[in-house]
Design a protein around this ligand. Structure first.
Ligand SMILES: Cc1ncc(COP(=O)(O)O)c(C=O)c1O
Length: 379
């Protein structure tokens, strides 16, 4: 049997669909409201309450969320946005789509978020915003990011796609900067592969995002009118997705607790086994959402360990195989050069994301840690 054919024994992600979610989805088909209806309204209100953030607006993806925030802040041609040198493609894509330019800043070696010491280097007179990502679920150093933004009069847009339910000094990710966006595509809430939300405490950003996501048409008292007041887009979430998301949101805290417990269990096992793997850290100011449990493995061993885990039925991934600043289409327009961001480069050669989902059992953790131990110590 090739590596590819090995049956998966421990899944990385969490595709939890239960009868309550199925009933909620079916009910929207009978309701004859397919979008911009009561399920979206309730999902937004429940998210606001869960996170303690004033406004949450559903959109059809996390990427749409970032794009709409940039639009709402009128960031466009001639403007620059600071993003991490390593992160998901959305961070560069949304900036390019509005016609602005991304400037990259290196990440720190411990949480894989912005290195505060690297921010000044990315600043130019054209900088309008900074986008900290809360990588793998660990919030960026928001004290440093907010101080930097204040000093230079920048907007802060948080990428909370990995970090729903994370906290920095008690405040939920997405509620610290001017706005944040999250995704429901295989994330802590995984609404059938689609969806996202814009989170903000700023009523103007909220209003603008709501207008733009629905063709630039206002909504009042639950009604929509064919009054087009802005050039907009169709980036709405369906009622079906919102209905499933509402059920999943009720599990969020329990699932996050389970993810944190798994992470603790995995770290204990790996440390006890004395394998050359660096486990994730959680800073004292942070509550880590642990969407991903990502370890560092010496570069010369990383791909071999991954192949061994694949062969033994343990799903893993490399996030991200290419640094954001070196992705070919963006390199072409913005001129990224290999070696410019040494921490991002090193982390990308060493990182490996192991399974972490709320359904993992103690025996799954034993199996994954045991398989890693076998690889290094041979049995
Ligand atoms: C960190 C991060 N940001 C943004 C996104 C984009 O979210 P979406 O796929 O919903 O557009 C993702 C998606 O995987 C992500 O992991």
């Amino acid at each position: 049997m090739s590596d590819h054919d090995a049956p998966v024994r421990v899944h990385k992600g969490h595709d939890h669909v239960d009868d309550e979610m199925k009933r909620a989805a079916l009910a929207t088909m009978d309701s004859k409201r397919y979008y911009m209806g009561p399920e979206n309204d309730a999902f937004e209100a429940e998210m606001q309450a869960a996170l303690g953030i004033k406004h949450a607006a559903t959109v059809n993806s996390g990427s749409s969320g970032m794009f709409l925030i940039l639009q709402a802040l009128k960031i466009g041609p001639g403007d620059e946005v600071i993003v991490p040198a390593s992160g998901f493609v959305t961070l560069a894509e949304a900036v390019a789509t509005v016609g602005a330019r991304a400037r990259f800043a290196d990440i720190e070696d411990t949480t894989y978020n912005f290195d505060p010491a690297a921010l000044e280097k990315a600043l130019t007179p054209k900088t309008k915003a900074i986008v900290p990502h809360h990588n793998y679920g660990h919030p960026a150093d928001m004290d440093a990011v907010m101080a930097f933004a204040k000093k230079h009069n920048l907007y802060v847009i948080e990428d909370c796609c990995h970090a729903l339910g994370s906290r920095w000094r008690g405040t939920a990710g997405g509620g610290i900067g001017h706005a944040g966006f999250t995704s429901f595509a295989g994330k802590s809430i995984s609404v059938c592969g689609l969806g996202g939300m814009v989170l903000t405490n700023d009523p103007k950003i909220n209003e603008e995002v709501r207008l733009l996501r629905d063709h630039g048409r206002p909504r009042s008292g639950g009604k929509r009118f064919y009054e087009i007041t802005r050039i907009g887009y169709n980036l709405r979430l369906s009622e079906l997705h919102a209905a499933i998301g509402r059920v999943q949101l009720r599990h969020l805290e329990t699932w996050n607790e389970q993810r944190r417990a798994n992470s603790e269990g995995m770290t204990l096992r790996l440390q006890e086994a004395k394998v050359p793997v660096t486990c994730p850290v959680t800073r004292p100011e942070a509550v880590h959402a642990f969407l991903h449990y990502s370890v560092r493995v010496p570069a010369e061993a990383r791909d071999g360990l991954k192949a061994h885990l694949d062969e033994k039925g343990v799903e893993t991934s490399i996030m991200y195989p290419t640094e954001l600043y070196l992705l070919p289409p963006y390199r072409e327009v913005w001129g990224g050069k290999p070696g410019e961001f040494p921490v991002a480069d090193r982390v990308n050669r060493e990182i490996l994301t192991l399974p972490n989902n709320p359904a993992l059992t103690e025996s799954d953790l034993d199996y994954v840690a045991g398989t890693i131990t076998d690889y290094f110590h041979g049995r």
